[in-house]
Ligand binder design. Structure first.
Ligand code: GCU
Length: 397
């Protein structure tokens, strides 16, 4: 009995140590002993890698130098040291469409993409919803959603607003592309290559990004869709994915990364909320194995979140944070958007337009970088979506 009680007391204490404010868990990283910080005074000082200086120190003075030199250099770093390279052995996808359905004022097209061949080939279920009776090709928002792999896939909370604007949307469940779990590289598209990734090859995020490109390939074949206007949305780990997918595939016309947090839009060099140490420990399968070397060495990474954002320039990027999502370091996301500004300006676009964190629930959407900090949790709220549609409306007229 004594032993049982003792065990119970330890369990309660351990539980207390894990629980911070809502959305602000306190975690201790195994390898470094780092404990989550939520105190601005203890964030530390840091110098961000300059977006407009090449690794060899040469300044990037014009748009051509960004596009032909700095951008490829950054992509190569992310491929080699962070998300992992997509191997050329990734199998092709063959799409099969079901008969078109109509529902209210919308047309619903369901298709399945078979990845490679064989009886165990992964199958990606895609749903495309378009406004009925459109006179011209329509823009589409592609939502990579949680779910898939047999679990349901949600529609956007603003589906009617999207259709009323004359736009369409498409949904896919990310687990159909690659299951989001450890030790699952024998499944999904990675499994379909028939071999485990090399140290610098893809983890889940690159696999999901690969899936985005294959879906864009398919959307390009639909004469009802304006493939020059495909926006991409993902929340949280899929928000990180949306930024990386857009970096890799410039056919993505706009990005909405919801609460993307650490290794997404939040600056890793800020010691606030989740850190590289936590992430490398808890979600190693999202990355290439090479990522592990940054544990305890975030300041030496040749990249940080402002550069991941800048890789979408000159295309519009919208990021959200939540007041009850401090784990994702919303302030670090806002600061990364500011630090991506020089690239947007170099390419003749507008930066965020402010360096002062606005009050909660105040959209900052005048520039080509957009920000919305909602009062509330780690979620893509209907209000976030409304602000995003307004932002996107500047481009998808
Ligand atoms: C965890 C993880 C985050 C991630 C989130 C999510 O909280 O630490 O980095 O963004 O899951 O995807 O919901």
């Amino acid at each position: 009995m004594k032993i049982l009680l003792c065990g119970f007391a330890i369990a309660v204490l351990a539980q207390a140590a894990q629980t911070g404010a809502p959305g602000a868990p306190v975690r201790t990283a195994d390898k470094t002993g780092h404990v989550s910080n939520y105190d601005e005074a203890k964030v530390g000082t840091y110098t961000l890698p300059d977006p407009l200086t090449l690794a060899n120190g040469t300044p990037v003075g014009d748009a051509a130098a960004w596009t032909s030199r700095r951008r490829p250099e950054l992509i190569a770093i992310y491929e080699r040291d962070i998300w992992g390279r997509i191997p050329s052995t990734a199998p092709p996808v063959r799409w099969t469409a079901s008969p078109v359905e109509t529902a209210g004022g919308a047309i619903v097209k369901r298709s399945v993409g078979t990845v490679g061949s064989g009886t165990r080939a992964p199958r990606i279920a895609l749903k495309v919803v378009l406004p009925a009776g459109a006179a011209a090709r329509v823009p589409v928002i592609l939502l990579v959603q949680f779910g898939g792999g047999g679990a349901p896939v949600a529609d956007p909370p603003v589906a009617d607003d999207i259709l009323a604007r004359g736009w369409g949307y498409a949904t896919v469940g990310y687990n159909d592309i690659q299951p989001d779990k450890e030790n699952a590289f024998d499944q999904g598209v990675i499994g379909a290559t028939g071999k485990l990734p090399a140290d610098d090859e893809w983890g889940d995020v690159s696999a999901w990004a690969w899936g985005v490109s294959r879906i864009v390939d398919y959307l390009e074949t639909d004469p009802a869709i304006d493939a020059k206007r495909i926006a991409l949305h993902g929340h949280s780990r899929i928000g990180k994915t949306a930024l990386w997918a857009s970096a890799l595939d410039t056919r993505v016309a706009a990005v909405y990364a919801s609460c993307p947090g650490e290794m997404g839009a939040a600056l890793s060099r800020r010691d606030y909320g989740e850190t590289v140490d936590d992430m490398a420990q808890r979600f190693p399968h999202w990355f290439s194995r090479t990522f592990q070397k940054w544990t305890g060495h975030w300041n030496q990474m040749p990249v940080d979140a402002h550069l991941l954002i800048a890789l979408s320039a000159p295309r519009p990027v919208f990021v959200t944070g939540g007041s009850e999502d401090q784990w994702a370091d919303p302030v670090g996301e806002f600061k990364a958007l500011i630090a991506a500004g020089p690239v947007y300006r170099l390419l003749g676009k507008k930066d965020l337009g402010t360096s002062t964190l606005p009050a909660l629930d105040t959209p900052i959407i005048d520039g080509d970088l957009g920000w919305y900090y909602h009062k509330g949790p780690h979620a893509a709220t209907p209000e976030d979506w409304k602000v995003f549609l307004q932002f996107l409306g500047k481009y998808f007229r």
